[in-house]
Design a protein around this ligand. Structure first.
Ligand code: AMP
Ligand code: MG
Length: 437
């Protein structure tokens, strides 16, 4: 479905750059986090290109076809334990019974004949249950004696019914059944499942192409000396890390000077080669004005103030066919806005139909948090599991430039817009960092 044009959508916030400032703490007109997320979703259509790859190369990719099983798994009834294949009717509820052992069935080496009542076949885990046998007794409940086996009464042998300890043919997958649905991301379990039905090549969506660059005259790349007031560009590295973990094709375009012609050229190149263009910096006051001018010329881009901390200013829109995310410049804000807005968008564009459930757990706060109501805060936290359940502390200073807080943290403490100060001992919601960070 094509996304509706921008003009038909209702956006609650006036889309002006004037007044966008990280310094303001509270703005009643800023957009709630959920609303921005929802809005972005209306524009996302998965990539359509596919490629056929060996299953090992498909790890982390998104399946572009339904996989039907050409065989039954398992292929025949087989034993779930080491023991004896027997006829259920030979067993007794009250007393031990003695059965002649007529042969053995090993995994990959079946007994190969039919077994008669009154007999037993020694059987190993995974071995085919001989024809004529309908139950397997675990060897722990038997004794072998002169070519025969003594089997304990039913209850003592833990045999509840006919068919005990037998794994049925097709119980994992029947012939023609859908083993995997289009849109699933191939992880270790999916790889194993595809291998279990003997399929060696599958069709996956092509990777989403993401071009990104940083803007800012103060930014230097590694290897260059720093003059007073200059800093190393870290955002391109956190973005590289998060994008690579999401299995995107990444194009790092470096630092672009604060110069309208250079920024315009970078946007044009990025939009012509990529599905998604991500920038950091320049969406707050200051440079913002001319970034907006360039973007207005090249596409349709909206600037929002989001009711969140960190990460207030955010831009989203289209540059031709490419999606554009303009993230704030502060290093922590880049990671938070990526995690809260860009990640799911990339997964949807990649063709993934079931998005990961945000792993949110309740935890007891171990130190108090000061917070103003009116915006959602994503504080960096360290979650611990103890005998009394989960507890969490903040990483300390929560400035949006303190990147070490992200390295120390293993979760965001998510404090809703309505929440104010939180006392130690209260319960808070915690969003675990998963794959992307
Ligand atoms: P801006 O949004 O451009 O006003 O930037 C906000 C803050 O983030 C400033 O302190 C910038 O120096 C810093 N910043 C912007 N881009 C980067 C970057 N690529 N790496 C590290 N810090 C950055
Ligand atoms: Mg800047």
């Amino acid at each position: 479905m094509d996304a509706p044009p921008f003009s038909t959508l209702t956006v609650t916030t006036p889309l002006t750059l004037g007044g966008l400032s990280c310094a303001d703490d509270y703005d009643p007109n800023s957009m709630p986090v959920d609303k921005a997320r929802e809005y972005i979703r209306t524009f996302l259509t998965p990539v359509s290109g596919t490629e056929r790859v060996h299953i090992r190369a498909a790890l982390g990719r998104v399946l572009a076809e339904d996989i039907l099983s050409p065989i039954a798994v398992p292929g025949s009834d087989n034993s779930g334990v080491d023991g004896y294949a027997v006829c259920f009717d030979d067993l007794s509820a009250d007393s031990p019974v003695t059965l002649d052992i007529v042969g053995a069935s090993f995994a990959g080496r079946p007994y190969g004949r039919a077994m008669n009542p009154g007999n037993a076949v020694r059987i190993m885990t995974g071995a085919v249950v001989p024809q004529g046998a309908d139950t397997v007794v675990m060897q722990e409940f038997t004794q072998q004696r002169d070519g025969a086996v003594v089997i304990q009464p039913l209850a003592a042998a833990k045999v509840r019914a006919r068919g005990a300890n037998i794994r049925r043919a097709g119980e994992d997958l029947g012939v023609g059944r859908t083993a995997l649905h289009r849109g699933c991301r191939i992880g270790a379990a999916e790889l194993g499942l595809v291998a279990s039905i003997g399929i060696g090549e599958i069709t996956v969506y092509r990777k989403v192409r993401v071009a990104f660059f940083s803007t800012g005259d103060e930014l230097r790349s590694i290897g260059q000396p720093l003059a007073a007031g200059e800093i190393y560009d870290s955002n391109r590295y956190t973005l590289y890390g998060m994008l690579t973990k999401l299995d995107c094709d990444v194009l790092d375009m470096g630092v672009i000077a604060d110069e309208p012609a250079a920024v315009e050229a970078a946007f044009a190149t990025a939009a012509s080669v990529a599905d998604v263009v991500i920038t950091s910096g320049g969406v707050s006051v200051g440079e913002a004005d001319y970034v907006k001018t360039v973007l207005d010329k090249l596409g349709e881009v909206l600037f929002w103030k989001i009711a969140m901390k960190p990460g207030r200013p955010l831009a989203y829109g289209k540059l031709g066919d490419a999606h554009f995310f303009g993230l704030p410049g502060n290093p922590v804000a880049v990671m938070v806005t990526f995690y809260q807005f860009v990640r799911d968008a990339l997964l949807i564009l990649a063709g993934q139909t079931r998005l990961p459930v945000a792993a949110t757990v309740a935890a007891t706060l171990r130190s108090p948090i000061k917070k103003a109501a009116g915006r959602t805060e994503f504080q960096r936290g360290v979650l611990q599991a103890g005998p009394e359940g989960y507890s969490v502390t903040t990483t300390g200073e929560q400035g949006s430039g303190i990147l070490s807080s992200m390295a120390q943290a293993n979760c965001f403490i998510v404090l809703g817009a309505e929440v104010g100060n939180v006392a130690a001992g209260e319960t808070v919601q915690v969003q675990l960092f998963d794959g992307a960070i």
